[in-house]
Design a protein around this ligand. Structure first.
Ligand code: F6P
Length: 320
């Protein structure tokens, strides 16, 4: 193991830069050469591969986004594209690749390792927190912090007018961001893809709280009723008594400086990823489980949905 490469892929997440920094710095300390692959798998196909040095990752630990950029790559999905990618890795004499991303990123890595004898290590970097094998993905807590601060601001103006806000958050088809944000902000209801949304239940719940100053409903973008705008339009038809507004937080949740916890998580996972390569533990995802580093075979690290137990039900429905 002499030369390794690192790339970021899929939706960027606050903390990805902290992970890149850890990978580069620990690899250089272990006398490895480190290459950055720019623009995700598309950059691997297009040979956008450059050496990284200690200073390449200076002053980025606190920055959102990714200095290596990301891309959704059609070329990498073809055998021809992956052949080109392999040739580029051979040309640079790269022995292994560390990929920072989500389930789509890992699917690409698994496909590649089945065709070419180049090992990969996965680092879970996505705000969705939707991966089997880790309690937290890099970026999740930062996204929840951002969402919570936005919702707190909305609560101020909603209280001024006794308004009902449907606020949509990202998460693709998993409700982790919505659930955490809803509980942290004392939302009156939380709609997630893992449970069927029932507007009659919502109506009953709101009626019981008629003396409230405002109503905040957090909606995961993957909700079965199609998101905040659709739900608000439907609810308005039968509830003219509410002054209803909607807000889609969208890509706001992808930006901003990573929280301390995400920076620390990123540093831990980045170091462990390089050490895994040195110890020849290949094709695993480096996760965190009960605050310990945990290695899971990459092919098992698929999308993982919420399990809403009684505790979560109580937190959602009994506290607001
Ligand atoms: O996977 C991260 C994520 O932010 C999802 O929550 C969201 O649905 C998706 O990426 C958006 O992708 P894009 O930035 O390509 O629109």
């Amino acid at each position: 193991m002499k030369n390794i490469a690192v790339l970021t892929s899929g939706g960027d997440a606050p903390g990805m830069n902290a992970a890149i920094r850890a990978v580069v710095r620990i690899a250089l300390l272990e006398k490895l050469k480190v290459f950055g692959i720019y623009n995700g798998y598309q950059g691997l196909v297009d040979n956008q591969i450059l050496p990284l040095h200690k200073k390449s990752v200076g002053n980025i630990i606190h920055r959102g986004g990714t200095i290596l950029k990301s891309a959704r790559s059609k070329d990498f999905q073809s055998k021809e594209g992956r052949n080109k990618a392999y040739q580029n890795l051979v040309e640079h004499q790269i022995d292994a690749v560390i990929v920072i991303g989500g389930d789509g990123t890992f699917a690409g890595a698994i496909q590649f390792t089945q065709e070419f004898n180049i090992p990969f290590i996965g680092i879970p970097g996505t705000i969705d927190n939707d991966l089997f094998g880790t309690d937290y993905t890099i970026g999740f807590k930062s996204a929840v912090q951002t969402a919570m601060e936005c919702v707190d601001k909305i609560r101020d103006t909603a209280n001024a007018f006794k308004r009902l806000f449907f606020i949509e958050v990202m998460g693709r088809d998993v409700g982790a961001i919505a659930l955490a944000t809803g509980i942290a902000t004392g939302a009156e209801d939380i709609f997630i893809p893992e449970t069927k949304t029932n507007l009659i239940d919502l109506s009953e719940r709101l009626k019981r709280g008629t003396d409230k100053e405002s109503y905040i409903i957090i909606v995961s973008e993957g909700d079965d009723k199609g998101g905040a705008e659709n739900i608000a339009a439907e609810f308005k038809k039968t509830h003219p008594e509410y002054d209803i507004k909607t807000l889609v937080l969208g890509h706001l949740l992808r930006g901003g400086n990573p929280t301390a916890e995400d920076r620390i998580l990123a540093a831990r996972l980045g170091v462990a990823a390089v050490q895994s390569l040195i110890q020849k533990e290949f094709n695993v995802m480096i996760g965190i489980q009960r605050n310990e580093i945990a290695k899971t075979p990459l092919h098992l690290c698929k999308k993982h949905f919420l399990k809403i137990n009684e505790e979560w039900e109580n937190l959602i429905y009994k506290l607001s």
